[in-house]
Design a protein around this ligand. Structure first.
Ligand code: ADP
Ligand code: MG
Length: 615
């Protein structure tokens, strides 16, 4: 039989290798950012279009490449970073395998422009599916720009399996965060579809964290510092009172590389034992400096796991130092680096006796005179308050629903024949319900009694109502007299923008919605203005954790948040009519037994059961 083994052509080998290195747009982002860091860039710009599916471009002002290197860098195993196997143990660069550019160029249309400081002209290369199409001299600033277009253009199956834009973009943000948080001495910008989402100037680590995660982060951070023979630990841990439900702000870096390590995560969590509510997560930004010889450095290009020689000792040291930091800084005031210095009393002023401030009084002012616009502002203010009558927003909409009408008629008759309460419970007589402990509605039915949790019942009612409305028309909104401008970071606004359309459907009106922040001029009718920022913040936390990847799950998330926040609370007393409306609307729901979060809404006690207890 003839010989059948042959070497794979380069472009095929590259495509296969690319499967390992480039799994999604975010992997290309990671490799390009790392290359820019390795080239000692002081400023890096990342430009993304359509979550990286159309364009990923990284522009740096680093050392650039010679014309020969520019051509050579796309070869597999072409690297300037190691020469011998021993070099592996003295690595100070992020890359070393020489595979990234070859892989990316195998599965995309790449345009590289690069120039070294000392060269007169730069080089521009077009390469597509591993084939160099053009190479020409070009005018360019010092540094390198790599533009990756139409990733996986030649592997339709891979392109098809990419997740939705929000999900892919979330991965890109994650990679961007990881690099930006390890290099506060490099300036970064991130543009997505022409919006500038991040602009991070050179700063210290604390400022960098705050610039990435928003102004409120500063007060949350407690510094961490520990030097031992085994490891140096620095960074910040979040004070327990700021723990939240999402894990998005948990970072370990080992020797300037982002890593994941469940064991060390456990060490940190155990330091918070008893300090945070169950189900909440502290933030942490922990930087470990460790002898490279004591870790397994043969890291897979895309893997973030790492093995330590001395894991147990590391666990103990880390736990102790987090505990120490929390004990020391948790309750203490923070040093506020960006406090407005002009508010400080200047030294020379300290010795002076302050003079009394002058007060100017308007003698003509009459607070009861409505002609000066008071009436107008009062009525507008009324609009911003949730109106009790409209508590039943969810119910009004059902009033021309034949089922509810039938139910209302039934409610007035003595004997119950209706089917609404069917298996769940039978009908109530209008007088046979009352509120207990401002928490439950007790309701008599033919076969026994029901104890309904008023808050949970209302959550269910509002949830189903929102679900319906969010997928149909726009819901009514209350206009705010004073627009709300929550203090959200670029990244947070970016996340929120994923739900913008749904928020508008739910009744939110935005007069501004861009990288500089949002301004809210209208909110859903029942939402109170004071709760607005909190509910959006809460929504962002959820988005940090996971961006809904379907239309339905986005609506579902929003409906859950809104209903939970708006629903009447325990401790609220309800009159007869209100109680009745809750009962009616609850049993007009598709799923009256459970809240949107699957908690029990009511319990049933049968007369049989009650009778038995008296035996
Ligand atoms: P690695 O980073 O593992 O060496 P890459 O395929 O990512 O492999 O890059 C190959 C080589 O191309 C690098 O070793 C480096 O010499 C050069 N290179 C890549 N990106 C840049 C850049 N942004 N600036 C300067 N040189 C670069
Ligand atoms: Mg590289």
């Amino acid at each position: 039989m003839a010989d059948i083994i042959q070497l794979l052509p380069d472009h095929v080998a590259n495509q296969i290798a690319a499967g390992e290195v480039v799994q999604r747009p975010a992997s290309a982002v990671k490799e390009l950012l790392e290359n820019a860091m390795d080239a000692q860039a002081g400023r890096i710009k990342l430009i993304v279009k359509d979550s990286g599916k159309t364009l990923i471009q990284v522009i740096d002002d680093g050392m650039g490449m010679s014309t020969t290197d520019a051509r050579f860098c796309f070869e597999r195993h072409a690297t300037s970073k190691i020469k011998t196997a021993e070099d592996l143990f003295r690595l100070h660069t992020k890359g070393f395998r020489g595979e990234a550019l070859a892989s990316i160029a195998a599965v995309a249309q790449v345009e590289l422009t690069t120039k070294q400081a000392e060269s007169e002209v730069g080089t521009k290369i077009h390469i597509e599916g591993s084939k160099i199409l053009r190479q020409e001299p070009t005018v360019a600033p010092k540094g390198t720009s790599v533009a990756v277009r139409r990733l996986f253009f030649n592997i339709p199956a891979r392109r098809q399996f990419l997740k939705s834009d929000p999900v892919e973009f979330r991965h890109i943000i994650d990679e961007f965060h990881r690099i930006a948080l390890t290099h506060p001495d490099t300036a970064f910008q991130l543009f997505h579809n022409d919006n500038e989402l991040f602009n991070l100037p050179v700063s210290n680590l604390r400022q960098r964290i705050v610039n990435v995660f928003g102004g409120r982060t500063n007060e949350k951070l407690a510094p961490l510092n520990e030097e031992t023979d085994l490891v140096g630990i620095s960074g910040f841990v979040g004070k327990p009172e700021f723990a939240k439900r999402s894990k998005a702000e948990q970072f370990f870096f080992v020797n300037q590389r982002y890593i994941r390590n469940p064991y060390l995560h456990h060490a940190v969590m155990s330091a918070y034992d008893g300090l945070i509510k169950e189900g909440t997560q502290p933030s942490y930004f922990i930087y470990l400096n460790i002898d490279p010889a004591s870790i397994d450095i043969n890291i897979h290009p895309t893997k973030t796991e790492i093995k330590f020689e001395n894991e147990q000792a590391l666990y103990a040291i880390l736990r102790a130092s987090v505990k120490h930091s929390l004990g020391q800084f948790s309750a203490a005031a923070v040093l506020d680096f960006d406090r407005d210095q002009t508010l400080d009393v200047q030294y020379e002023q300290l010795k002076k006796t302050p003079s009394l401030p002058k007060i100017e009084v308007d003698a003509d002012f009459n607070p009861f005179d409505n002609s000066k616009g008071f009436e107008q502002s009062r009525t507008s203010f009324k609009n911003t308050q949730p109106v009790w009558g409209s508590l039943y927003m969810g119910m009004e909409s059902k009033s021309n629903n034949p089922l509810t009408e039938e139910l209302e008629i039934d409610l007035e008759s003595e004997e119950v024949t209706g089917s609404m309460f069917s298996q769940e419970a039978e009908k109530s007589n209008p007088t046979e319900y009352f509120q207990v402990r401002e928490k439950y509605i007790m309701c008599m039915v033919k076969s026994g009694m029901l104890l309904i949790d008023q808050n949970r019942a209302h959550q269910r009612i509002l949830y189903e109502d929102f679900l319906g409305k969010l997928s149909e028309e726009k819901t009514a909104s209350q206009q705010l007299l004073f627009p709300i401008t929550p203090d959200f970071s670029h990244g947070e606004v970016g996340l929120l923008s994923e739900l913008r359309e749904h928020l508008e459907h739910a009744g939110f009106c935005f007069s501004k919605f861009n990288q500089n922040g949002v301004e809210i001029t209208g909110i859903p009718v029942l939402l109170s203005p004071e709760k607005t920022t909190a509910i959006l913040q809460n929504l962002i936390e959820d988005l940090e954790y996971q961006i809904p990847d379907s239309y339905f799950s986005a609506i579902d998330l929003l409906a859950k948040k809104l209903s939970k926040s708006i629903a009447i609370k325990h401790g609220q007393s309800l009159n007869q009519k209100e109680q009745q409306q809750i009962i009616d609307s609850l049993f007009a729901c598709k799923e009256p037994k459970l809240t949107p979060e699957n908690k029990t809404v009511f319990i049933q006690l049968g007369w049989d059961e009650i009778d038995k207890k008296f035996n």
